[in-house]
Design a protein around this ligand. Structure first.
Ligand code: ASP
Length: 410
């Protein structure tokens, strides 16, 4: 496509999504009675992007693997990706703790713990690890288990490489199938403005101002942490490590940001994130097809910020003093918990129980947050996918696989 025409069509999409958001806010605020009639449009949109995930991730990852027939390179890319994911998550939880300490969102609430448990069970780390290899890859696809799908796709891609000439038709099939899935993603993304409008209208209609005011401080603290991390940490990484203009980075991921903000699911946003990374930022498909699905599963910086802020909020609300040891425990369990958090709406709230129990904070604190969790989830999911996209840019840049012309045209 001609560069100018391409730019125009991209501009149009995010502008349309933005208009969709505004329409949603107006509708939810002034015509809440009308919202149940438009809400199904939001569900349709979420279903449509979920429909893309398994075939898109699978086909593009297999193709990515077959275009990366150098095993050393695969090892290097994995090490870089996981290294960046871990360091940014540690920074994220530190930002959450600092913001929670400075803004004191729970101060003055003077609640008394009753000792009742409201937590749901969080999956254990060893269970996640042993479950990495799918006993049945078809079952993994049916259940939409992204980590298992990633593992199977890597095995399949490597095996195609080992089989050489004989596997040529299979290799061609997957690269052609991936292209088909990219076209389907484009179709679904074209409907994003309508879906986003409906989703936002529902949220606004559901939470009147009355629900938000008492918890305005915790909402403010999570958003401040999220904004700091995205604009300070990510911008620095993009500017200093990748030596690229961060403004272009944010412009390139706007579509995905808006989808994340309105769906509150990193996994659900994955097709949009992949599309933005490749089409707007020039990330090679072999890098994006590996880095992004993995990120949507294990890299949750927004969730880490949220866990830091919420742990402090609950400690402050119940007047519990945390020791330095407690803080270190929160940092470690928070990092692990964010890795274990699924990229689906509300998952972070469940994982919060893990952090609270690790330092003996009252579980019923979760109930305080649950009512407004969706609003917090919007911020953390946006950060989560921005971190994935940032890592994809960094990895492809350092592997000399970033198309600078595409990036700079943003
Ligand atoms: N909803 C978040 C996501 O999908 C996870 C969370 O709840 O923290 O990224």
């Amino acid at each position: 496509m001609h560069q100018q025409a391409k730019e125009n069509s991209l501009m149009k999409l995010w502008t349309k999504i933005l208009i969709g958001m505004v329409v949603g806010v107006v509708l939810g605020a002034f015509a809440p009675a009308f919202v149940p009639y438009v809400a199904p449009v939001g569900t349709l949109f979420i279903n449509a992007i979920k429909m893309l995930i398994v075939p898109l991730v699978f086909a593009s990852l297999v193709t990515g693997m077959t275009s990366m027939d150098d095993v050393k390179k695969l090892g290097r890319i994995s090490a870089k990706t996981i290294g960046i994911y871990l360091t940014t998550t540690l920074i994220a939880i530190s930002i959450g703790l600092i913001v929670g300490e400075l803004l004191q969102p729970g101060a003055g609430m003077n609640l008394v713990a009753a000792g009742e448990q409201v937590a749901k069970e969080a999956p254990s780390l060893s269970k996640t690890l042993t479950g990495l290899i799918p006993k049945n890859p078809i079952d993994a696809m049916v259940k939409g288990n992204i980590l298992q799908i990633i593992i199977f796709a890597i095995f399949l891609g490597l095996s195609i490489n080992f089989a050489g000439e004989k596997a040529a038709p299979v290799k061609t099939f997957f690269s052609s199938f991936a292209e088909v899935m990219y076209s389907m993603t484009a179709i679904v993304m074209a409907c994003a403005p309508y879906g986003v409008a409906a989703l936002i209208a529902k949220v606004v209609a559901q939470y009147g101002l009355d629900a938000l005011l008492p918890l305005a401080k915790i909402i403010g603290a999570v958003y401040v942490g999220a904004i700091l991390h995205v604009f300070v940490t990510y911008s620095s990484y993009v500017a200093v490590v990748a030596r690229l203009n961060p403004v272009k980075f944010f412009r390139g991921i706007l579509d995905a940001i808006m989808v994340a903000f309105s769906t509150t699911s990193s996994a659900g946003t994955l097709p949009a994130t992949i599309r933005c990374a490749e089409k707007n930022l020039g990330v090679s498909s072999s890098v994006s097809s590996f880095v992004l699905p993995l990120g949507a599963t294990i890299n949750m910086d927004g969730t880490a910020i949220y866990q830091g802020v919420c742990a402090l909020f609950i400690a402050q609300a119940y007047n519990i003093d945390l020791t330095m040891g407690n803080i270190v425990t929160i940092m470690l369990t928070g990092t692990l918990a964010s890795i274990g958090t699924a990229g689906v709406p509300g998952a972070g709230l469940i994982m919060l129980s893990l952090i609270l129990s690790s330092v003996g904070l009252p579980m019923e604190g979760i109930a305080l947050i649950a009512g407004i969790d969706r609003i917090l989830d919007m911020a953390r999911t946006t950060v989560n996918i921005s971190g994935d996209a940032m890592t994809a840019v960094l990895v492809s840049r350092t592997e000399n696989e970033l198309d600078e012309e595409v990036y700079n045209a943003m």
